[in-house]
Design a protein. Structure first.
Ligand code: HEM
Length: 308
């Protein structure tokens, strides 16, 4: 086992090269099916990246998000649009063939998250490993931990601080919105029902952007999607921050970060690629340490959708 332990929130250890002796090729084994899934359908990249947030903020990074069940986290409406689970299943299946019962789904997910960021042109980081999988997944815990997109910075900060993240880290983590999309539901209030008035549009939206959004989503329609970052939506880059500065961010929560004095400086700082990529890598490592299960707790699930 590696000699570089990292203390996590609960005092247990995660390690780089955790699988050095019992599954040394694990990172390559995960990477191949993730790459194949991405070639078939590139939208798995934002799907898998989003899982890092939705898994780790609810019960810690324990793969509780991946469990099936009528009242599991996955069954909550907030998680209904989550996708890319087949890619994680495919990666886990390959890992089980090579190293049965050794690598948790929580670790497979963290390797896959790093891989999809690289596949979309983003930064690399060393993934800490040694997590174990949770046995519990409870839908009621989702809305308590995952924020709605109409939130302002004060609410966002409070929620992130509760998980140990400062304002700069929060701004950096939401840089994940440089790829992927949002359903009509996430931004409708800005174009059709601002402040409860059906005829009102969010006055902070540039008129051209508002009219494009209205054209794309003329009325309530859950099948309508808009890219979170409208200029280079498939590329992991700094365009998300540049868009916020030009007021063409899709979500109220994202836009509030450029307007608020606690977060504004970091938005501007992250328009620099060197700074953003290094900040993002560090923040993702911190996210991956959140409330993990290690050593004797939890289990190594054989299939990510079910406890053993
Ligand atoms: C400030 C907190 C956050 C809020 C309010 C928020 C909100 C949202 C919303 C509303 C969507 C669209 C979902 C839909 O319509 O189905 C979304 C998508 C996404 N979020 Fe976040 N998010 C936050 C933080 C994060 C973090 C920390 C990450 C990852 C590190 C992340 C990664 C993503 C990705 C990649 C997508 C696109 C998903 C896809 O295309 O399927 N988000 N987010």
């Amino acid at each position: 086992m590696s000699t570089i332990p990292v203390n996590t929130e609960d005092g247990a250890d995660l390690h780089y090269d955790f699988f050095e002796h019992n599954c040394p090729e694990v990172e390559n084994i995960v990477c191949n099916p993730i790459y194949e899934s991405y070639l078939k359908n590139s939208t798995i990249a934002p799907g898998v990246l989003r899982m890092a947030y939705h898994d780790c903020f609810v019960r810690g990074c324990d793969a509780s998000l991946l469990l099936e069940g009528p009242d599991s986290e996955k069954s909550h409406p907030i998680n209904a649009p989550m996708h890319g689970f087949e890619a994680i299943d495919a990666a886990k299946e390959e890992v089980e063939k090579a190293c049965p019962g050794v690598v948790s789904c929580a670790d497979v997910l963290q390797f896959a998250v790093r891989d999809v960021v690289i596949l979309t042109g983003g930064c690399d980081w060393r993934v800490l490993a040694g997590r174990r999988d949770g046995l519990v997944s409870n839908s009621t815990e989702v809305p308590k931990n995952i924020l709605a997109p109409d939130k302002k910075v004060s609410d966002l900060l409070q929620a992130f601080q509760k998980k140990g993240f400062n304002a700069a880290q929060m701004v950096t983590l939401t840089g994940a919105h440089t790829i992927g999309r949002a359903s009509w539901f996430a931004f409708d209030v800005r174009i059709h029902n601002f402040s409860g008035d059906q005829s009102k549009v969010d006055p902070s939206l540039p008129p051209l952007f508002a009219s494009i959004l209205k054209k794309k989503c003329p009325s309530a329609n859950l099948t309508k999607w808009v890219n979170l970052e409208v200029i280079t939506p498939r590329r992991f880059d700094t365009q998300y921050y540049k868009n916020l500065i030009h007021k063409i961010g899709l979500l109220t929560s994202d836009m509030s970060m450029v307007a608020d004095s606690h977060t504004q400086e970091q938005v501007y700082m992250n328009t620099n690629w060197q700074k953003f990529s290094s900040n993002f890598a560090d923040a993702m490592v911190d996210l991956s340490k959140l409330d993990v299960l290690t050593v004797q707790s939890g289990e190594i699930r054989l299939k990510c959708r079910f406890v053993n």
